[in-house]
Every structure is written in C-alpha cells, then in structure tokens.
Write a protein that binds this ligand. Structure first.
Ligand code: FES
Length: 156
C-alpha cells in the first residue's frame, strides 16, 4: 500500500474500530476515499478488529459493492436487478459493454471508466437505471447512456 492508502485505512480504523459491527462501515469508509479496498489492507483491518484475514476477505468478496482493484477515473454502475431487467437492462448492458469495449468488473484501456454491475440502485420506478460516479440516472435508453458516457469523455 502507498502512504496515502495506509493513511486512509488507519483513519477509518481509528474512527470506526470500536463501533459494534464496525467492519462494514470501515470497508465503506476505505472505498469511499480510495475507490477500492486494497487487498493488502486486509491483514491490517483483521488485526485491528481481532478477526481472521479470511473473515475480512470473506466479507469483502461477499458484497458486490466492494472492489479490490483500483477503479478508473469514473465508475459506471448498471443495475441488473429485477425491475430494471424487466425494462430492458440486459439489452442496455450489452450496448454499454460494446460501447466501452469492456465487460463488467473491467476498466477501459485508457483508465477512464470502470463498469460495474449493481443489484438495485433504489431507483426502480425509473428503470432501467444506471449510476455514474454514484449519481443515479433513470429511464436509460441507448441514446441517454451514450450521452452519459460521452459526458465523461469516453472516446469511441
Ligand atoms: S431494480 Fe434497478 S434500481 Fe431497483
């Protein structure tokens, strides 16, 4: 881990290690700052919480939300849950993957956009939904998602 990452992990542990059930808030706090949970932070987190490395690793890998690789400059999340699927999310995902030239959990070659699946953004009434850098966008069509991708400068 570089020094910035170490500082962020230490800061999250200092603030939250004594909170009951603090593991999830700690992981969220680290990802909020760094964009991911560095795998080499797992031993530090485990030691601070008196857990095994396997327990911490298990939680990180259980939740789709947590990333273990540094993301691109922007993160595009595409909802794959039921309400969005019934409104064409699968076809939309195909278009987005073709457009970006990456699959889910991958980052474009220029490091600009990471594509992530997500299972409900709480925006079901406006399905199909995506979120760009955490901001939800609903009633997505191929045209609207193209505009969104273009807004972060993703080249074709
Ligand atoms: S199912 Fe997609 S936002 Fe809820």
């Amino acid at each position: 881990m570089d020094s910035e990452s170490s500082r962020s992990v230490d800061d999250a542990l200092t603030r939250l290690k004594d909170v009951p059930g603090g593991l999830l808030p700690i992981l969220h706090a680290i990802q909020d700052v760094l964009g991911y949970v560095p795998p080499d932070a797992v031993p530090t987190i485990a030691k601070a919480l008196n857990l095994s490395r396997a327990e911490v690793h298990g939680v990180v890998s259980f939740y789709h939300h947590f990333r273990t690789e540094k993301p691109g400059r922007h993160v595009l999340e595409v909802c794959r849950a039921e309400a969005c699927q019934s409104m064409g999310a699968d076809q939309l995902a195909v278009r987005i993957r073709e457009r970006l030239g990456v699959d889910f959990h991958q980052t474009t070659a220029d490091g600009n956009v990471t594509l992530q699946p997500v299972y409900c953004l709480g925006n079901c009434a406006c399905a199909p939904s995506v979120a760009l850098d955490g901001e939800p966008h609903g009633r997505m069509t191929a045209e609207r998602v193209e505009a969104l991708i273009a807004s972060v400068g993703a080249s074709r």
